[in-house]
Design a protein around this ligand. Structure first.
Ligand SMILES: Cc1cc2nc3c(=O)[nH]c(=O)nc-3n(C[C@H](O)[C@H](O)[C@H](O)COP(=O)(O)OP(=O)(O)OC[C@H]3O[C@@H](n4cnc5c(N)ncnc54)[C@H](O)[C@@H]3O)c2cc1C
Ligand SMILES: NC(=O)c1ccc[n+]([C@@H]2O[C@H](COP(=O)([O-])OP(=O)(O)OC[C@H]3O[C@@H](n4cnc5c(N)ncnc54)[C@H](O)[C@@H]3O)[C@@H](O)[C@H]2O)c1
Length: 453
């Protein structure tokens, strides 16, 4: 067990997903651990990311079902959404979760210190007027929204402020077409706002499978979201309460503008210069597969390393580091087999290669299906579900799975297990269907759609 006056075995800077996971795992092996957090425990995911976003998504889905998805027989006289009431409930839930984080750290024996951590040397971290001596430093300081992609963009709200709104804006302009832009565009539309999305490329969600990107465009238009691809941004201005977005094509006026042009690693004011640690091209802390920075005893995990910026990845990186340092393991995280979900409407689930990547790699069989789910059809809806399975022709192994449709985040978690295990198309084919379900389509994909590569 640790002794009170000895140096720390590990000082963690940042109490978000990666930092908390690493600190707790290290302490479980008897390490003396301190965790420094300058804001709220839980970090981006719990306080201003995944969790409040998903709570807002539930509210939006409910609104959408009331408007468009009522099952035959139901009559709903009057339904109203109060953003203020939602905000109050959300605030309580986040407070509750933060409390759980604080207790979990305490119960694990991690010392939590409130304040801004500054690295003074490879063995010293300052917080307030305390200097902590330590054998190892873990930087898990996360990332923050970019604010200056073009002139005036700093006037716009980011996801941080959007999640704290107490009134629903009527006309919303969204800038960007990544995860955050598209999730919030669908959420705000679901709640009842008029939403316009502006982006530079021809399709949203760069990096995703093209069949999904195409169909997401159709789905968003079906909900009444206006899309402005190939936008040449000029500036954002403000006239009283209204925002004016100037693009090469003209001026658009909104009550609220969401800047979703990406996030950058939090490295300012960390004292990296004190240990000669330079950042990479995107401002990230560069690390090897074991999250080592190259400076002895200094490590980094999560968004600050800008590898795959997702909560479960930050957690896995943080835990692997603790296992290696305090439990004699030699673990690293495989960033190529991370399943991911985008909580748009409908949501997306993906794991493995896109069709474009698979075609470049080797001959690939493509199996697709597209259908209107029973529930949607019966309620008079039009939204289709789309599924794609990519199979390496030589080995029969599944190399990519992509879905746009209800429940895809839930399905992709389990499909991710199959992908990680190295399942083959024959494994899918010999699995009996669950009927009636949408998921059964995964094991009923008999006909080859095309061959690529
Ligand atoms: C709107 C939004 C929605 C998201 N939705 C999802 C999702 O659905 N699924 C998913 O997997 N991921 C999602 N993400 C991404 C996910 O939140 C991040 O990948 C994850 O939180 C990264 O964890 P982290 O530990 O690296 O950093 P963070 O969780 O950001 O934690 C870093 C912590 O360090 C603290 N800190 C920074 N500098 C210092 C310092 N010098 N001293 C002390 N403390 C410091 C910060 O206050 C912060 O609490 C979302 C992100 C956003 C913004
Ligand atoms: N469901 C999830 O898992 C989830 C949800 C939200 C966020 N996240 C994580 O958070 C990360 C950050 O999300 P994000 O949406 O902020 O970033 P992103 O990188 O996914 O998207 C940024 C968008 O901004 C655009 N952009 C960048 N620079 C621009 C400029 N100068 N002018 C105009 N447009 C510009 C890009 O083209 C892109 O469309 C994601 O990569 C993801 O890892 C995950």
């Amino acid at each position: 067990m640790s002794t009170p006056n000895a140096p720390y075995d590990l000082v963690v800077i940042g109490g978000g997903s990666g930092g908390v996971a690493s600190a707790r795992r290290a302490a479980s092996y008897g390490a003396k651990v301190a965790l420094i957090e300058s804001s709220r425990l839980g970090g981006t995911c719990v306080i201003r990311g995944c969790v409040p976003k998903k709570l807002m998504m539930y509210a939006a889905q409910f609104g959408q079902t009331l408007r468009e998805g009522l099952q035959p027989g139901w009559q709903v006289a009057q339904a109203e959404f109060s953003m203020a009431q939602w905000q109050e409930a959300k605030g309580k839930e986040i407070d509750r979760l933060e409390g759980i984080y604080a207790r979990m750290l305490e119960n694990s024996g991690v010392e939590t210190i409130r304040g801004h951590g500054v690295i003074k040397s490879t063995t010293e971290v300052q917080v307030g007027d305390r200097v902590l001596n330590t054998q190892r430093i873990l930087i898990a300081s996360g990332a923050a929204p970019n604010r200056s992609a073009f002139s005036g963009l700093e006037l716009a709200a980011t996801s941080n402020e959007l999640l704290d709104l107490s009134t629903l804006p009527k006309r919303v302009g969204v800038i960007g077409a990544g995860y955050i832009a598209l999730e919030f565009a669908c959420i705000l539309r679901g709640l009842g706002s008029e939403v316009s999305v502006f982006y530079r490329g021809d399709l949203p969600l760069r990096g995703f499978d093209e069949s999904i990107r195409d169909r997401l465009v159709t789905a968003m238009k079906l909900q009444g979201i206006q899309l402005f691809p190939d936008t040449d941004f000029k500036s954002l201005g403000q006239q009283g309460a209204l925002f004016e977005l100037q693009t090469a094509a003209g001026v658009h006026t909104f009550d609220f503008v969401l800047n979703a042009t990406g996030r950058s690693p939090n490295t300012q004011g960390l004292g990296l210069e004190n240990i000669g640690l330079r950042t990479g091209p995107a401002g990230e802390i560069e690390v090897n597969k074991y999250s080592h920075t190259g400076i002895k005893g200094v490590y980094a995990v999560g968004d600050v390393t800008n590898r795959v910026n997702l909560t479960p990845v930050a957690i896995a990186e943080g835990r692997a580091l603790a296992e290696n340092e305090f439990n004699g393991k030699n673990l690293s995280v495989d960033h190529s087999s991370v399943p991911t979900a985008t909580f748009t409407s409908p949501p997306i689930g993906s794991v493995g290669l896109t069709e474009e990547q698979a075609a470049k790699r080797a001959p690939t069989r493509v199996y697709e299906t597209e259908f209107t789910p029973m529930k949607t059809k019966f309620s008079g809806g039009e939204q289709k579900t789309y599924m794609k399975l990519l199979i390496d022709d030589a080995t029969d192994r599944v190399v990519g799975i992509h879905m746009l449709g209800e429940d895809s985040p839930e399905m992709i978690q389990l499909l991710g297990v199959l992908y990680t295990m190295g399942a083959t198309k024959a494994d899918f084919d010999r699995t009996i269907a669950v009927h009636p379900s949408s998921a059964e389509e995964w094991v009923l994909l008999r006909e080859l759609t095309r061959k690529v590569g």
